[in-house]
Write a protein that binds this ligand. Sequence first.
Ligand SMILES: [Zn+2]
Length: 177
Amino acid sequence: MYCPSCGAEQAENSKFCRNCGVRFVQAEGVQPGTAYTSAVEYAGFWRRFGAAIIDGIIINVASFIIGLIIGLIITSAGGVSDATINVVSYLIGFLIYWLYYALMESSSKQATPGKMALGIIVTDNDGNRISLGRATGRLFAKYISTIILFIGFIMIAFTPKKQGLHDMMASTLVVLK
Ligand SMILES: [Zn+2]
């Protein structure tokens, strides 16, 4: 199918135009590629920053509670070294972080609770839901956005589709719902 606004070729199931960013109308009786509405609104830096703060709080509280329970179980069993406890707590922390982001963003909600609160969703370049694998790749790419002094996140404020480095690497967009 072709974008009815700019004529660029699209994947059959696209929800947005990759070229001009209009949203295709997907309604009964509407032939795919014949109608569009106004442009997709990409979520900006501060909205995404707000969502990240909410998610950070939820993850920290969840990690604290789960860590406390597992810590109590391990210490009551006895005979476990501090090094083991450190490794286990690191792994549990990572597991919570991974499952929280990757499961929620690849779910039918396409958003973490923080993103839901701010009315934004994660999509692929065609506006569709992302897979668990892509959500996981995006999460690992966030480490790269972080180690380059957060430049990967600051890029959200300056790129045309408001993509961070991790969005570009994973071919994802964050848009207003
Ligand atoms: Zn177009």
